[in-house]
Design a protein around this ligand. Structure first.
Ligand SMILES: NC(=O)c1ccc[n+]([C@@H]2O[C@H](COP(=O)([O-])OP(=O)(O)OC[C@H]3O[C@@H](n4cnc5c(N)ncnc54)[C@H](O)[C@@H]3O)[C@@H](O)[C@H]2O)c1
Ligand SMILES: O=C(O)CC[C@@H](O)C(=O)O
Length: 387
């Protein structure tokens, strides 16, 4: 029986994929796996039994990736599973910044019940007029799952689109329309675009990447959209730019005391991925990743260990070893098996930065003592025998 714990509400259609051999737990204490959305795990203590954390979503800045790796906990995310939900809200954000839709709706609410509301609305509506996005220039910073969808959708809405991503993946490159202008210097986005939207992961490298310098280079009256993470933007600099009229609007999906309720800021309560479809997609992908790892040892879409796949486990026992990426690890593992006269049917080893993963299929059912012996090897972080 495997045990899992959900730190946030996870869509039932995903949890339903767990078979009867899985049991939900009220706490993490005895869990083999944890499912999480945005809950911060940085201050949490992890039990020794915890083997996997699946982030039902894209951003993993709420999870201590290296601390997990050191404890032999594989962290997964669900790339692309909520990208369409975010794309649609970004388009909505551009429209909200361009026309005073919310001001107009508030005015109607305030005059509800007045018999001459229709006549008064016709007089009042000039106050809420705006501009169209067709023909305007959009700059997309980060052309991954979300950025690529936003860029393509904006083209379809008649915008001219500039895209910047120095680490563009081959998959993203294939998905992008050839009509998107591939920009090599982000300053070109700042200086040329009417709307700028950022879709990069939050990390030590990207924190504060849009601050005073970037804002000063932007066109007067530009609109900045942030559906990635608030820490990517130096929001005090953006507030100053809104106050002095340099920027027209800041649209953000991340409420905080600095931006909530402030003039010129449209703050949405982190709704980018809050659609039935995105929640289902993320939950299903997260549950499949956990099952694949617990039942077969395969790692798909990890963010702290290498992906590694030996297919479905057959009749052989499968030994899986998470370890540091240092020389002579495989030699030590195979020596232990050879010393017991055990035959290796298949073996795979993959590495990613400081960490590596070895999977060994062995032609035997009785592997007594093997787990303990491998665990004693220096630089081994976690050993499992799936049989
Ligand atoms: N608002 C929401 O609800 C919501 C939902 C999903 C994701 N997000 C946020 O959006 C981010 C992006 O999501 P995604 O699914 O597109 O991720 P992704 O990994 O598919 O794409 C990220 C892209 O950013 C690029 N990149 C990295 N550093 C860069 C830099 N310095 N300059 C330009 N490009 C850079 C990468 O090459 C990659 O192509 C997530 O990390 C998450 O923080 C928010
Ligand atoms: O789970 C959510 O609602 C938000 C997810 C989003 O921020 C992400 O990074 O995928």
């Amino acid at each position: 029986m495997y045990k899992y714990h959900c730190l946030n509400a996870i869509s039932k259609s995903g949890l339903d994929i767990f078979p009867e051999t899985y049991e939900a737990q009220e706490t993490m204490e005895y869990a083999d796996a944890v499912l999480v959305r945005s809950a911060s795990m940085h201050e949490m203590e992890f039990p020794l039994c915890l083997k996997a954390v699946a982030r039902a979503g894209a951003g993993v800045n709420n999870i201590p990736l290296e601390a997990c790796a050191e404890r032999g906990i594989v962290v997964f995310n669900t790339p692309g599973a909520n990208a369409n939900g975010v794309k649609e809200l970004v388009i909505a954000g551009m429209l909200l910044a361009s026309r005073d839709i919310m001001g107009g709706i508030e005015w109607v609410k305030a005059h509800a019940g007045e018999t001459d509301v229709a006549k008064r609305a016709e007089k009042q509506k000039k106050e809420f007029a705006g501009c169209e996005i067709e023909g305007k220039r959009l700059g997309v910073i980060g052309l991954g799952a979300i950025g690529a969808l936003v860029a393509n959708a904006a083209l379809h809405l008649g915008m001219e689109v500039y895209g910047y991503d120095p680490y563009l993946s081959v998959d993203s490159a294939w998905s992008l329309s050839r009509h998107i202008r591939h920009v090599k210097d982000v300053n070109e986005i700042y200086s040329q675009c009417d709307y700028i939207t950022v879709h990069v992961p939050a990390s030590e490298n990207t924190k504060g990447m849009i601050g005073k310098d970037a804002v000063q280079k932007m066109k007067d009256g530009a609109v900045l959209l942030n559906f990635a993470r608030d820490i990517l933007v130096d929001e005090q600099d953006v507030m100053d730019a809104l106050e002095n009229g340099k920027l027209k609007k800041y649209v953000t999906d991340f409420p905080n005391p600095q931006t909530a309720g402030k003039d010129g800021v449209i703050v949405i309560p982190h709704l980018g991925a809050s659609t039935e479809e995105s929640e289902e997609n993320c939950a299903k992908m997260a549950v499949k990743e956990i099952r694949e790892y617990l039942e077969n040892g395969n790692i798909r879409n990890s963010v702290n260990y290498p992906d590694c796949d030996m297919g479905k486990r057959g009749s052989n026992a499968r030994i899986t070893i998470l370890h540091h990426n240092v020389p002579n690890m495989i030699g030590q593992f195979t020596a232990i098996l050879a010393g017991r006269d055990l035959n290796i049917a298949d073996l795979t080893n993959k590495s990613r930065g400081k960490y590596a993963y070895t999977m060994i299929d062995v032609d035997a059912e009785n592997l007594e003592g093997v787990e303990k012996d491998i665990e004693k090897i220096r630089d081994v972080l976690k050993v499992r025998i799936i049989s």
